[in-house]
Write a protein that binds this ligand. Structure first.
Ligand SMILES: Nc1ncnc2c1ncn2[C@@H]1O[C@H](COP(=O)(O)OP(=O)(O)OP(=O)(O)O)[C@@H](O)[C@H]1O
Ligand SMILES: [Mg+2]
Length: 260
């Protein structure tokens, strides 16, 4: 469904990642892992058409996104649902209006039907009583849930979720994981999720890739559980086991006075 081939990511001359290759099949929950600043959100921007990569290919069902004309790109983007890291709700719109937006852009439904559908999805994420609220008047976790509602309302076959459960309490985080599993169950969507939350990674991701900020390339491929237990690269195992990473920075400082 999605195939990424030897993607290279740069800002100006600064290399962020190179040799990023993976594919995501229908119905899979795929995790993008790695330390802060390694390029996970940037990768998502390359995948959803917000930022062209420096090199490499992004293919949807065999169609090369960045080599396509604008009409094809628009058609492909209609198949994406996106939850940004910051939720990125429009502050001047109510939650209901925010959630209606993807339906206005991509569906033939009339206004009343759009609103009914948006209310249904808001209820599903537990926000039915807040449809008329503005983003400034709800909590961070509620914003994430409203963002998720907007990402899933059009039943897009491909969902991109940037840290859906970051900053949530463990119960809200578990609830969000359950919602993501439900969406997959109901629509068969593929989900590409950036996450640092270990319980979430081990609980719901079937497959994934680990990006390394130091070597600026992927250093692990596979499900988070497999990587935790069997990754070749010690950095990946340490990250997923919450251990001190290998390398000089992990060595105990030598406090002994230099011998003369
Ligand atoms: N618009 C930009 N211009 C220049 N550099 C950028 C831009 N956006 C991101 N970067 C740089 O690219 C690198 C990767 O950023 P990115 O936001 O993709 O990281 P991330 O893996 O999502 O981190 P986090 O886990 O903290 O969200 C960072 O070093 C960042 O400074
Ligand atoms: Mg990010």
């Amino acid at each position: 469904m999605l195939k990424v081939d030897r993607l290279e990511m740069r800002f100006g001359t600064r290399l962020i990642q190179r040799e990023v290759s993976f594919s995501v099949e229908r119905g899979t929950i795929f995790a993008v892992m790695g330390g802060s600043g390694c390029g996970k959100s940037t990768l998502l921007r390359h995948l959803i058409g917000l930022l062209p990569p420096a090199a490499g290919r992004v293919e949807y069902d065999g169609v090369d996104y960045w080599a396509s004309d604008e009409k094809t790109r628009t058609r492909l983007r209609a198949g994406f649902g996106m939850l940004f890291q910051s939720a990125a709700l429009w502050s001047s719109m109510s939650l209901l209006e925010n959630v209606c937006l993807p339906l206005e852009q991509h569906s033939p439904l009339g206004r009343a039907e759009r609103e009914a559908r948006a209310r249904e999805v808001l209820a599903w994420v537990g926000l039915e009583a807040f449809a008329g609220y503005y983003p400034a008047d709800i909590s961070g976790g509620m914003k994430k849930r409203a963002g998720l509602a907007r990402a899933i309302v059009a039943e897009a076959p491909l969902l991109f979720l940037d840290e859906p459960s970051a900053g949530l309490d463990p119960i809200s985080s578990k609830r969000l994981d359950d919602l993501i599993l439900d969406v997959r169950e109901r629509t068969g969507a593929a989900v590409l999720m950036v996450s640092h939350e270990l319980p979430s990674l081990f609980g719901i991701a079937d497959d994934g890739i680990f990006l390394d900020a130091d070597s600026k390339q992927p250093i692990g491929r596979g499900s988070p559980r497999e990587l935790r237990d069997h990754a070749q690269h010690p950095t990946v195992r340490a990250f997923l086991r919450r251990e001190e990473p290998p390398g000089p920075s992990a060595a105990a400082p030598n406090l002994a006075p230099a011998s003369s």
